[in-house]
Write a protein that binds this ligand. Structure first.
Ligand code: BMA
Length: 371
């Protein structure tokens, strides 16, 4: 399906930025008409209204495995701790492009599909990242040995046809997300993330600004051309941008992006808190000027060794910002110390229950994003 492009270009008055300095007058493109299912439109409307109610909690791969288990029907470490599922669950499409049954973390795509249906039926959000293999070298997403990968997959590039096939497989998967009655399930697609760092083949030093933006446009154009009308799109950097100019440097445009965010992990608490606040401040300014939903698209403290981390660090850092959600990374069943949500008996489990009970946080029972 083609985009019915009708762009109303509006001038938005400059806004004062609390991050220091006034934001410049910016052109805002809004009222873009794109083919989206009613459920997808409703989701976007509800995401915009979410911060007035609270901040949704999210967890990657929540219902597919956890600490000491894998594939148990209905199981979730988060649900085992607090009695409710995350309002947002993310999954990864990495290696879908290879045509196998399992993603890069050995989760079956059929299982991901089922869990996206379950999450939709709970009224929650499913988000998809894509740690795509390196289409030029054949290495993984972290193979940064070649800085011509992005240009090689753009139209005219040697790997364009191959990569077009990869995009087609992503479109096929997103189109296949349907309820038993045949309603297409909306998802938030978040490719090309953490592009302000240099650890993925699409990172800042690995491609030019124009090529990065072209990668985004090619991605969204291809999905739309293959009939994907059930996706919203998220642009998320790392914590590198210290101002709105850097944050927006590679922004592909208001006409394709619905959600803006960044990924931030704690190593040192003070560094984490100050960089989170700085990034949230930048994001808040951009979200207001561009009329976008804002989220902390990935966060966490590996192993959650701080027993009061949820109410003592994370919540105070985010609660004053109009965030739709904050999502923590996965509880790897194959790497014992690599987890970001609590499980029963884990040191921060009690504090997580307090976090769950806090009026500001939203879990699956408290949201219905499709009505
Ligand atoms: C990283 C780690 C890896 C994983 C990748 C994609 O942050 O969790 O183990 O393969 O994300 O999910």
């Amino acid at each position: 399906m083609k985009t019915k492009g009708m762009l109303a270009v509006l001038l938005t008055a400059g806004m004062l930025s609390s991050c220091g300095g006034a934001a410049k007058k910016q052109q805002t493109v809004s009222d873009t008409t794109v083919a989206r299912t009613p459920e997808t439109e409703q989701l976007l409307t509800n995401l915009k209204q979410t911060p007035a109610r609270g901040i949704m909690f999210g967890h990657h791969d929540d219902t597919v495995y956890g600490i000491g288990w894998e594939g148990d029907e209905g199981r979730s470490d988060v649900q085992s701790v607090c009695g409710d599922y995350p309002a947002v669950i993310s999954f990864d499409l990495g290696e879908l492009e290879l045509g196998g049954d399992l993603n890069l973390d050995k989760v079956a795509f059929d299982k991901i599909r089922k869990e996206i249906v379950n999450q939709y039926q709970r009224g929650g959000l499913a988000s998809l990242s894509w740690h795509s293999r390196n289409p030029k070298t054949g290495g993984d997403a972290w193979d940064v040995s070649d800085s011509t990968v992005v240009s090689s997959i753009l139209p005219g590039g040697a790997n364009h046809a191959k990569f077009a096939g990869w995009l087609e497989s992503v479109a096929g998967f997103i189109n296949s997300l349907q309820t038993p009655e045949g309603t297409k399930i909306p998802v938030l697609f978040r490719p090309w993330h953490e592009h302000t760092g240099n650890w993925f083949w699409w990172g800042e030093k690995l491609c030019s600004t124009e090529d990065y933006k072209s990668l985004w446009h090619m991605t969204v154009d291809s999905l739309r051309a293959h009939g994907v009308d059930n996706a919203l799109y998220a642009y998320s950097s790392g914590t590198e941008p210290k101002d709105t100019v850097h944050y927006l440097e590679r922004y592909p445009g208001d006409e394709i992006i619905d959600v803006i965010g960044f990924d931030a992990y704690q190593f040192d608490r003070d560094v984490f808190l100050s960089s989170l606040d700085k990034s949230l401040c930048v994001l808040d300014t951009v979200a207001r000027v561009h009329g976008k939903v804002m989220a902390v698209t990935e966060a966490g403290y590996e192993g959650v060794p701080d027993a009061r981390w949820w109410t003592g660090t994370l919540l105070p850092a985010i609660e004053k910002y109009p965030l739709a959600y904050v999502l923590v990374w996965r509880n790897a069943r194959e790497k014992v110390t690599h987890f970001y949500a609590p499980y029963p008996g884990q040191a921060s489990a009690g504090d997580f229950v307090e976090f769950y009970n806090h009026p500001k946080t939203l879990f699956a029972k408290e949201v219905n994003l499709y009505e």
